[in-house]
Design a protein around this ligand. Structure first.
Ligand code: ZN
Ligand code: ZN
Ligand code: ZN
Length: 393
């Protein structure tokens, strides 16, 4: 079995920085502890964010199989398409890289590595293709399956200092884009939502993101649809425009961490109704940020926002959860939603993004990323103006 290792005298051009390797060894040890708690014999990770979190390698979502086989005991192996192997960063002895050729069946390599486990209990990536899942189930008919997130999600949800620094850098870059928008540097009136969206995406890259994940621009009646796809509609005067954008930013050899911000601007003096709704929204968002403290359930942050909007008689206009965790993925644990009784801890990072949507007329949302600080109090990573800024451009 060909294992790639950098031998003496060879220097890898694609090596993970030593600090990033040390972090991965620590994560792997914690993953194995949790596997033991859950009685998991092996963790199998395909493409998806668990893999870069644990190995530093971000696999493309190809049809060819990528699978990290992490047994409870013994050497972890990354079974990877041969042509992708050069992209796997060298992390020393963290994992053995096992490339497979296009004429091979990679499941032979996977099954061989699981043989010692007997009738195994296996945790498989939440993001694996159905084709991979079904093929594995045919090859291992007696295995018991559970989601890899049962092992990884609670660990990934608590960010360490390096991850918080990465989220903070991404948020600061998104803030600079939002500040340009609020300053009128991105013209709005008379332009299409799609053109404004393209400008926001360009600015995210110019401010240091390596990837743009989305740039929602929803104007006038379109703003009542939270995930509106920016289109050809031309932005008029006196309209609310919801701009919700984010991407991923990498710090020194690390995988990217995400930004996600929403600011609502208005193209000319807002009506009294819009102004009053925005006051409610601002108060709801502030209440939710202040509620985001260690020791309280995630659901109570949702409740804090919802209570303010309901008290103003607008409860039926707030049609989604208050937020989502954020990290290597835009949406991950912990979810800020009714029913999530998970208790917040220092290092939990999530969005706080209430909205008010009046169908066919207007909408508004205000979103910041918040981290629960080491002292248990909320730390809003986005700090750009939270008001309803009038943009005349
Ligand atoms: Zn969203
Ligand atoms: Zn957003
Ligand atoms: Zn969000």
């Amino acid at each position: 079995m060909p294992l790639r290792r950098s031998g003496p005298g060879e220097t890898s051009v694609n090596a993970l920085p030593p600090a990033a390797v040390a972090v991965r060894h620590d994560r792997m040890a914690r993953v194995r502890l949790r596997m033991e708690e859950l009685g998991v014999d092996a963790l199998l990770l395909s493409h998806g964010a668990d893999l870069p979190w644990l190995t530093g390698y971000r696999a493309m979502p190809l049809e060819r199989l990528t699978l990290l086989v992490l047994p409870a005991e013994g050497e972890p192996a990354l079974v990877v398409p041969g042509l992708e192997a050069p992209r796997v960063p060298d992390a020393g002895d963290l994992v053995a890289v096992v490339p497979w050729g296009d004429a091979e069946d990679p499941l032979d390599l996977v099954v061989a590595r699981l043989a010692a486990a007997g009738t195994p209990r296996l945790a498989l990536s939440d993001r694996a293709w159905a084709a991979t899942v079904l093929a594995l189930q045919r090859r291992l008919p007696d295995a018991e399956w559970l989601e890899a997130s049962r092992v990884t999600a609670p660990l990934r949800a608590v960010k360490d200092a390096t991850e918080v620094a990465a989220l903070r850098a991404a948020a600061a870059a998104a803030d600079r884009v939002a500040a340009s928008l609020q300053a009128g540097a991105v013209p709005l009136v008379g332009r299409s939502e799609a053109d404004v969206s393209a400008d926001l995406a360009r600015l995210l890259l110019a401010e240091g993101h390596h990837e743009v994940n989305f740039a929602i621009v929803a104007s006038g009646p379109n703003a009542a649809s939270p995930h509106h796809e920016p289109g050809r509609r031309r932005i008029g005067r006196g309209e609310t425009v919801v701009c919700d954008f984010g991407g991923a930013l990498s710090l020194e050899g690390e995988v990217g961490y995400c930004s996600d911000i929403t600011r609502t601007v208005v193209t000319g003096e807002p009506t009294t109704e819009v102004r009053e709704c925005y006051e409610v929204l601002g108060a709801a968002q502030k209440a939710a940020v202040e509620a985001a403290r260690a020791g309280v359930p995630a659901a109570s942050v949702d409740r804090a926002a919802r209570r303010v909007i309901e008290a103003a008689g607008l409860g039926s206009r707030f049609i989604h959860r208050t937020g989502h965790g954020i990290g290597i993925e835009e949406h991950e644990d912990p979810y800020v939603v009714a029913g999530n009784e998970e208790v917040l801890r220092p290092g939990h990072a999530f969005s706080v993004e209430p909205g008010i949507y009046v169908p066919a007329r207007f909408g508004m949302r205000l979103e910041d990323i918040v981290v629960v600080g080491a002292d248990g109090s909320p730390d809003a990573l986005n700090t750009v103006d939270r008001g309803l800024v009038v943009v005349e451009a």
